[in-house]
Design a protein around this ligand. Structure first.
Ligand code: FE2
Length: 327
């Protein structure tokens, strides 16, 4: 009797356990389509390497809007290291002359042209008073550093070519051979940080066909007060408006006058420190003057698809012994 009593019970509990296991397996495979072990491994890897989780709809949002954001892309340690290194570069880099960078009166002089293959320093337009002296400390007067720090400086190189940067390109699946061609550390200084007028990055970094993706990393919280990015969503769908480079007369400049844009149609992209903003090369974007007391540091790297020929008319030209290097 005892056996008869225990056997059905054992069979029932065995059946219940089987059903429970099946239910759990179904639940697990719906939650972790690539397997629980794989999910745990990925989560552990992210925790140890600081890799951010890449949103599943990143590619769709990027293709639709012309931009996308990953908050927390860079860890606080990475942000601190990039900022520290920029401070050191300001002390190390000596400007050959007092070169001012302004997007309102964009020209290309010899110092600017040479910066294609080195790390140069550019001052803010309003950094100097009428007597030609700096209004505030040198460290608070620099507009940007550029344009080859992603290749020449180990700290910026490592970040620009990090596995998580490659993972973003894998997720976007827009470029078969992501190749960084230009990098800038933008300071957007308190009170004098200059306006960046509406533009498309492919205007300045042209390939045939256009292929630029700009990676814009916030090294400080960016708000409307301290000069965050403003982006015209979906504007990349209209194509490229104009090009900047060597013209038929041999001079470097624009081939078309600027388009008129309604600034009210732009959306402010306020992001936290460490956020990565991905910009399609044809999406129109800008930033306003920083009149606040807070700076707004950012590091940008522009990538092209290395399969697409680089225009010989671009202002940015590398020497033969310093070619672009794919990720
Ligand atoms: Fe830009």
């Amino acid at each position: 009797m005892l056996l008869q009593y225990r056997n059905p019970s054992a069979q029932n509990s065995k059946r219940d356990r089987g059903m429970l296991r099946t239910h759990l397996n179904r639940l697990q495979s719906s939650l972790f389509p690539h397997g629980l072990k794989s999910a745990v491994r990925a989560r552990r890897l992210a925790a140890t390497s600081g890799n951010p989780s890449i949103p599943a709809d990143l590619r769709t949002r990027f293709e639709t809007d012309g931009f996308a954001v990953i908050e927390g892309f860079a860890t606080p340690d990475e942000v601190a290291a990039l900022r520290k290194r920029a401070g050191e570069l300001i002390d190390e880099v000596q400007p050959e002359d007092l070169t001012i960078f302004s997007t309102k009166n964009q020209t290309a002089n010899d110092y600017f042209n040479k910066s294609a293959g080195n790390i140069s320093l550019f001052f803010e337009e309003n950094a100097f008073n009428a007597e030609g002296n700096l209004r505030q400390d040198k460290s608070l007067s620099i507009n940007k550093l550029g344009h080859a720090m992603h290749d020449l400086d180990p700290t910026f190189r490592n970040f620009s070519r990090s596995p998580k940067m490659k993972a973003v390109f894998d997720a976007l699946a827009c470029q078969q051979r992501p190749t960084p061609v230009q990098s800038m550390y933008i300071f957007k200084q308190p009170r004098i940080g200059g306006e960046v007028v509406p533009h498309q990055d492919s205007t300045f970094l042209y390939t045939e066909p256009p292929s630029v993706i700009g990676m814009w990393l916030a090294l400080e919280k960016a708000t409307v007060q301290n000069g965050c990015l403003y982006i015209l969503p979906k504007s990349h769908q209209r194509g490229l408006d104009r090009r900047f480079g060597k013209q038929s007369d041999g001079e470097v400049g624009f081939d078309e006058p600027t388009k008129e844009y309604d600034i009210d149609e732009f959306v402010p992209v306020e992001v936290g420190e460490g956020a990565l903003v991905m910009l399609h090369g044809a999406v129109v974007h800008c930033s306003k003057e920083n009149t606040s007391a807070k700076s707004r540091h950012a590091y940008t790297v522009h990538f092209i698809d290395g399969r697409n020929p680089w225009s010989k008319d671009n202002w940015l030209q590398r020497s033969e012994d310093f070619p672009f290097e794919a990720l």
